[in-house]
Ligand binder design. Structure first.
Ligand code: C2E
Ligand code: MG
Ligand code: MG
Length: 713
């Protein structure tokens, strides 16, 4: 794998190219050298041939001239047959260089004189192979053999032939001259060839050196930086964005590439950091988010396992925070959350060791992880209670937003490691359960997790199951609490209040189970059932008792029922079915159901009122609507919450507020009902301030249908 990669590398390819070029050049040089030696041989051959032709021609011309002269010189002595003169001339001629023989012969071809000196061959006829042609030739005649050039010429007087002369020239010296010349030529050529070879070798060596140099430059200038970049890219790929990109001061493209790569690396690392930060922090408060908290909790638990140290987890949830969003809008909600976060942070800094971790789990839930210190008071339980107490106190202080004082509480659940659980999932679940129990216990307080709470949660789940079908089984019933006119204490109506007679647990208060019905949506089936039962009962009062004539019944409606939008139609059909006159049915809606989206609420309320029923605002004063709100939603009455009524005698502020509500409501033509009247004094003061109606234990507790009919009778 690595090998193939290296073979495919830039450097390797370049080296292969260089080697291939060298091999090719060597081959070419080899062929050229071979060619050169061939050419040399050819050159030697050609020059030998031309030299031979040249020398042979010269020898022949010279020979021909010499033989003609010799024949001339021999004419007279042969005529007179002066053998001495012939001998002298012949000897003289044969002494000439390269002359092998001189033969003078008669017309028959018999030798008269032979130039070797002795007259031994006198009158013998010529036997050699060249003799015949020489004798027959009419004039100058030339014949060649390997070793000799034979030139003959007839000797004549006039037309009469006396004989002839033949001179043989030896070719040996010519041959040896020729071979000497060709040898020296070949040697010269070899010398030139060797020189050439040296040049070619030097050239090749230079080429090799050049190739090596180029390879070195390529390696340093191109391959190494690219390899380095590739290594860094690999690091990036495996998630290590901190890998250092090499610096480069080069001004060329590679330098530019390295610098661009470096910039890219920095920007990728920055993006990575940003993404991590975004993934691990809560955008609104800048605190750690659920993911970050979960991860560090897991890490902390892993470190602490078996060490014997304690951890405490605090789950803080703002009470009724939804109301803020609903009534004051999400911007205010965000601002409130920020203020809360800051208060929590300050408190945590005061109590938590430096290991404390604060996170927001989205919504209005904050979680704090505390680690018990080493010193005294290092007990996690003590530390957590102290912090929780401070938090409950601090967070109950009013917050000023948009010139309003907002009162909010916080419920806190606490769970301990390793006492309650050792795993993060269980710890978080426990914290949630404990927090929920703090809410059930009345909110704005804290609770430590206990195993009994699991049972409470179980009970809740079971309650939901039990509540299903409870109406059909006859476990649910409606109680009626009398409502009187303050002016003359006359009974004018009754509020329908749901009761649950559980087969095992006995009577369960609506404050316990309405919540469950509301959260599970069961209220959407139970609500209409209560409504039609109440209308039916009210019809019975009217029909059966003289005192019951004109009595209204007021039924509580959950926000969830209102929000479905089906309520106006339901009300109309129930009224039709029971025959109750619309003005005798009052619907009680809590402030939270009505406010928030004022436009939608107003439309829904208008549709409800169009059926003829009256709409009252229940628990008025506990929400955030304020008095001015009364102007904007179309309602018929308000029920002052019993917390105000309870203090109306002791607290001048509550009295002032109650008085203001009455005055404001009356100016808008709205009826005012006081609930929770338990004392004569409360009754009197409310009557004096002009309150219209009242209900409370003073006048009557919620009664069963039988009890109520007995009252009417
Ligand atoms: P609410 O509508 O404000 O009802 C008045 C509550 O105050 C009733 O509690 C009543 O028993 C209690 N109360 C009346 N006079 C006094 C008094 O003089 N002193 C004291 N301390 N309390 C008094 P209850 O019946 O437990 O109902 C609690 C809440 O449950 C109701 O508050 C209402 O919001 C809800 N609820 C009851 N029945 C229904 C129902 O059928 N549907 C819906 N959606 N909610 C219901
Ligand atoms: Mg009510
Ligand atoms: Mg009420």
């Amino acid at each position: 794998m690595k090998l193939t990669r290296q073979l495919q590398g830039l450097h390797a390819r370049f080296l292969i190219l260089v080697v291939a070029t060298l091999v090719l050049m060597l081959a070419v040089v080899g062929v050229m050298l071979q060619r050169q030696s061939g050419v040399q041989q050819e050159m030697v051959g050609v020059s030998r041939a031309s030299m031979r032709t040249l020398v042979s021609n010269r020898l022949r011309l010279h020979g021909e001239a010499a033989v003609v002269q010799l024949a001339d010189a021999l004419t007279n002595p042969l005529y007179y047959l002066d053998l001495d003169a012939i001998g002298a001339i012949t000897r003289n001629a044969s002494r000439q260089p390269d002359v092998a023989y001189v033969i003078v012969y008669d017309t028959r071809g018999d030798i008269i004189q032979e130039g070797s000196g002795a007259v031994a061959a006198y009158s013998e006829s010529m036997h050699d192979p060249l003799a015949y042609e020489a004798l027959q030739a009419p004039g100058l005649h030339v014949q060649w053999t390997d070793r000799v050039l034979d030139i003959s010429n007839p000797i004549q007087v006039g037309d009469a032939r006396l004989g002839g002369v033949r001179v043989g020239y030896s070719l040996a010296s010519m041959r040896s001259d020729e071979s000497r010349a060709t040898q020296s030529l070949a040697a010269r050529l070899r010398e030139i060839g060797a020189n050439d070879l040296l040049w070619v070798a030097a050239l090749l060596a230079m080429l090799v050196a050049l190739g090596g140099l180029a390879s070195l430059v390529l390696q340093r200038a191109l391959v190494r930086p690219i390899r380095q970049l590739a290594a860094v890219a690999h690091e990036f790929e495996s998630g290590n964005y901190g890998a250092v990109v090499p610096e480069s001061k080069r001004q060329d493209e590679i330098g530019e590439l390295v610098r661009a790569f470096g910039r890219m690396g920095t920007s990728v690392a920055r993006h990575d950091r940003d993404i991590r930060r975004m993934a691990y922090t809560d955008a609104l408060t800048g605190l750690a988010n659920r993911l970050a908290f979960r991860e560090s909790l897991d890490q902390r638990l892993l470190q602490l396992r078996g060490v014997g140290r304690q951890l405490a987890l605090l789950f803080a949830d703002i009470d009724d925070f939804k109301r803020i969003n609903d009534t004051l809008g999400h911007d205010v909600g965000d601002e409130v959350l920020l203020r809360f976060a800051n208060r929590i942070r300050t408190a945590v800094e005061r109590y938590g060791s430096n290991h404390a971790l604060l996170a927001r789990f989205g919504g209005d839930e904050f979680v704090i992880l505390l680690e018990a210190g080493d010193g005294p008071g290092g007990d996690a339980r003590t530390l957590a209670s102290a912090l929780a107490e401070t938090l409950v106190e601090e967070l109950a202080r009013p917050i000023l937003v948009q010139d309003r004082q907002v009162f909010l509480g916080t419920s806190i659940g606490i769970t301990l490691f390793p006492d309650d659980a050792t795993g993060s999932t269980m710890l978080m679940k426990n914290g949630d359960i404990a927090m929920y129990q703090a809410k059930v216990a009345g909110k704005s307080c804290y609770r430590f997790y206990s195993r009994a709470m699991d049972q409470a949660v179980e009970r809740r789940v079971r309650m939901e199951q039990d509540l299903r079908g409870a109406w059909e089984r006859g476990e649910l019933s409606v109680a009626y609490q009398p409502i009187l006119r303050l002016e003359d204490r006359k009974l004018v109506g009754a509020e329908a209040l749901l009761r649950w007679q559980h087969p095992q647990q006995g009577l369960i208060a609506p404050s316990v189970f309405i919540d469950v019905a509301e959260q599970t949506g069961l209220i959407e089936t139970i609500g209409p059932q209560v409504l039609s039962a109440a209308c039916r009962d009210a019809m019975r009062w009217r029909n059966e008792f003289s005192k019951g004539e004109g009595l209204f019944v007021s039924v509580n409606v959950s926000p969830r029922q209102l929000r479905t939008g089906a309520l106006p139609d339901q009300v109309a059909s129930i009224l039709r079915a029971t025959g109750l006159a619309a003005p005798n049915l009052h619907l009680e809606l809590t402030e939270t159901a009505v406010i928030g989206d004022e436009l939608l609420a107003s439309t829904l309320l208008a549709r409800l009122r169009a059926t003829g029923v009256k709409v009252w605002l229940d628990d008025f004063g506990t929400g955030f609507s304020g008095l001015s709100h009364l102007r904007r939603v179309p309602i018929d009455g308000v029920k002052i919450d019993r917390s105000f009524v309870a203090d109306v005698l002791r607290d001048p502020d509550d009295l002032a507020l109650t008085t203001a509500i009455i005055a404001m409501a009356h100016s808008l033509g709205i009826t005012v009902v006081a609930e929770g009247v338990e004392q004569e004094g409360q009754f009197n003061i409310l009557r004096d301030r002009g309150c219209d109606l009242a209900q409370g234990f003073l006048m009557g507790k919620p009664l069963t249908m039988q009890e109520f009919t007995r009252l009417l009778a």
